[in-house]
Every structure is written in C-alpha cells, then in structure tokens.
Design a binder for this molecule. Structure first.
Ligand code: COA
Length: 395
C-alpha cells in the first residue's frame, strides 16, 4: 500500500515510524494537494495529522473513505479550529477521534473515538500533548482495520449528538482572551467558560470580546440531541446503568424541557456530569435504571436511598420518547426491579405542579400526590409553592 502522510510542523515522528515498516511506500507532505499528482504517484491512502490546509472537494471526492483524519476532540464536539480549547471552555466531552475526511468540516464518518480524562491542572499546551498521545494510540490500534478496509465507520449524522463547530475567527477571539496563550491553565479556560454561560452580555462587556458574536442561538450550550423519531414500539425493559451510558445520560439531562422540570435548571457541564455519574455508579445507596425499548435506551429512573429503606425517585425520558405513554411502563419496571433486588419500604418523588405528565405517571405507578409527612425534614428540599409530593409505602 502506498500511503501519503499529510502533516504540519512539527511532523508526526511517531506515526511515521509506525507506518514505515507496515506499508509499501510512505511519503510525507505539508504542501497543497492535487488529485492529478496523487493519482500519478499512485497514492492509495492518506493519513492527515496536523495538516495545515483544507483539502479541496476534488481530492476528497477522488478519495472517498481513503483519507483518515486524526482529530483531537471527541467528535462531533469541537469540529473546526482549536476544538480542544473550545471543549474546555464549553465544558463539553474531551477526547480524540479518527474519521474519514469528506467535504465538510471534520464531519466525515467516524472510525473510532475515545474520551480522555483531562485534569484542570494541565495547561492548554500540556493537555494538547496528552490528547496527541491518545490520538496516536487510537490510530495505531485501528491501523489494521483501516488498512484492511474492514473498519465500520459511523456517519456522524447517525449519532444522537449534534456537537459543535467553531471557525477560525471565533477561535482566534477565544484564544485572545488568554494572555498566556497556550500556557494558560485549563482551569482558567473552564472558569471563563462558566462566566460566559452565566451572563454572555456581562462577559462581553468586562472582557471586551464575545467569542460567539453573530453565532445565533445559544451555541455555548453544546449538549443538544438530534431530533429523531421514537424507536419502534415494543415492550420496555430495564437494566442498571453502566459506564457506557455516561454520554447519553448527559444529553438527556441537558434537554431544555428536562432542565425546566428539574430543580437546578442551568446547563450541566460535562466535567460535573462525569463526577456525578461516577459517584452514582459507585454509591451503594444509589441506583440508576436505564429503560430500553427494542434494546435501545429510552430514558432513566434514578433511586437514591435517603433514610432507612426510603428512596427518592426521579425520571427522565429521552425527548423523542415523551408523551407517547412509555413513561409509566419504564417507571413501573424500574420500581419492580428495585423491589426485587433491594429492601424498599418507601418511595417518594417530587414534581413541579405544572408537570402534569410526570404527576400522572407517578400516580399510575402507585405514588399518588399526598401531603408531605413531617418526618421528611432533613431529606430532599421540597418547595410546596411550586411542587407536589408523591409517595408509596410498602408493607
Ligand atoms: C414526565 C415523563 C416521565 C412522563 O412520561 P411520558 O411517557 O412522557 O408520559 P405519558 O405520555 O405516559 O403521559 C402520562 C399521562 O399524563 C397525561 N399528560 C401528558 N401531558 C399532559 C398535560 N400537559 N396535561 C395533562 N395531562 C397530561 C397523559 O394523558 C397521560 O395520562 P393517561 O395515562 O391517564 O392518559 C416524561 O415526559 C419526561 O421524562 N419528561 C421530562 C423530564 C421530567 O419532566 N421528569 C419528571 C421530573 S419530576
């Protein structure tokens, strides 16, 4: 196989050293490409790693599924320029991805992606290096499948996630906010991101710049789900959550309707969600049930043991599955699972008075609205002006 490595400065020594003994011919360029020259040279596959140019449509069309890009974000988040800086600023998932290059901006089919846990103690530069190492590892692990043509790439529009994309001008505005440039601590970038989300107008006034200027509706809220039809009807089953449910639960919790129905209604950042999810899985007093229909996750039901054998419950269905009569079945199956596997003497929940569907679903599962009993003092905060309290007691 004849491989062309598309690199920038500094050239990719590790990838080069890895590929050299594995291919028939390896060339490297950081210059512009022409389809004619590529064909003349008999290039079979291109590997793009830090290449500074945009590859034109003539070349991408001429090499469909044969230009692999190493991208230092967890796609579809952080497409475009300085994605790793944006992912930190927006508190979005951080990681690395391999994808085929198409005509769009980092939008081609995904070969593989991996989350990378980055400490806020890193600087932008040191975190970039960690991402680069992880990216090279990912490429090396997938090389055989890429070279053998056996990798099953997933089109990005088949993902539930919408992700984010940032152009050069906004990325430069963002980086200009940090006088230390690439030596800026990640914690500082994250802090400014929070400041922006709290009050974009005040941020623009005090910092003298708005990195999203002219970008339209709330682009700094990157956990948005793609609109999809509900999965085909069928019986609902439940299982307990695993680490693989991390991303989907983050998307569900950030759905705008869910945010309005829960007590804290702001954006739930990726870093906070990861901490919460890890604690949830490790906590013997907490259980997160995932509802499934036709094997596909449709929502969650959370149980937190508060006192003795009393558990607080909350429910959140995936936005595309709501108002179709599935919520009660998912809740009933989750309650049955808890009662089969734990000692449960009491369940209680709170819902906003305006959340009629939620109140009805709890009622159908044996938790009617009742007066909140006095012994609940010290348990979860209850706001009688806006909420109702629902409870089931088992013998
Ligand atoms: C609340 C939630 C779990 C309800 O599940 P669901 O499957 O969407 O609800 P359903 O379609 O089964 O509707 C439940 C009931 O409420 C009724 N209902 C739905 N919307 C209603 C409304 N606006 N007013 C009055 N009743 C309503 C339905 O008719 C149904 O009653 P029925 O079974 O007697 O006909 C789901 O919508 C959800 O997750 N929402 C977002 C998160 C949330 O609000 N969680 C609860 C926080 S406490």
């Amino acid at each position: 196989m004849n491989v062309l490595l598309l690199t920038g400065a500094p050239p990719s020594a590790r990838i080069r050293a890895f590929l050299e003994p594995r291919v028939d011919r390896l060339a490297e360029t950081s210059g512009p490409l022409s389809l004619e020259a590529l064909r003349r040279d008999g290039v079979d596959l291109m590997v793009c790693h830090g290449y500074p140019h945009i590859i034109g449509p003539e070349v991408t069309r001429g090499y469909p599924g044969r230009i692999v890009n190493l991208h230092n974000t967890f796609l579809p988040w952080g497409r475009g320029m300085m994605g790793n800086v944006w992912s930190c600023f927006e508190d979005a998932p951080q990681g690395v991805s391999l994808h085929f290059i198409d005509e769009g901006v980092d939008s081609g089919a995904l070969i593989a992606r991996r989350l990378v846990d980055l400490s806020l103690d890193e600087t932008l530069e040191t975190s970039w290096k960690i991402l680069m190492d992880a990216l090279e590892d990912l490429f090396i692990e997938h090389w055989e499948a890429i070279a053998g043509g056996s990798c099953h790439a997933t089109p990005q529009d088949a993902l539930d996630e919408l992700g984010s994309c940032h152009d050069r001008r906004r990325s430069e505005t963002l980086l200009d906010l940090f006088p230390q440039r690439w030596s800026t601590p990640a914690a500082e970038v994250a802090r400014l991101g929070e400041e922006y989300r709290r009050d974009p107008a005040a941020f623009a006034r005090t910092r003298g710049a708005d990195p999203y200027e002219g970008a339209g509706h709330t682009p700094f809220f990157p956990a948005l789900l793609r609109e999809r039809a509900c999965p085909a009807q069928g019986p609902v089953t439940v299982r307990e959550a695993t680490g693989d449910d991390l991303l989907l639960n983050w998307l569900w919790i950030n759905d705008p309707v869910t945010r309005r129905m829960f007590k804290q209604n702001g954006y739930v950042g990726w870093s906070g969600h990861c901490r919460w999810f890890a604690q949830m899985l490790a906590n013997p007093d907490a259980t997160l049930c995932i509802g499934l229909q036709n094997g596909k996750p449709i929502g969650n039901v959370r149980f937190n043991r508060c006192q003795g054998e009393a558990y607080e419950i909350s429910i959140n269905l995936a936005p595309n599955c709501r108002y179709k009569g599935v919520g009660a079945e998912m809740l009933a199956r989750s309650i049955a699972h808890m009662r089969d596997t734990r000692a449960v003497r009491m369940l209680y929940a709170m819902a906003k008075k305006t959340n009629k569907a939620s109140i009805r679903v709890f009622e159908k599962c044996g938790l009617p609205v009742v007066q909140r009993p006095a012994f609940h003092s010290g348990m979860a905060r209850f706001e009688p002006d806006v909420e109702v309290y629902m409870e089931a007691v088992y013998p």
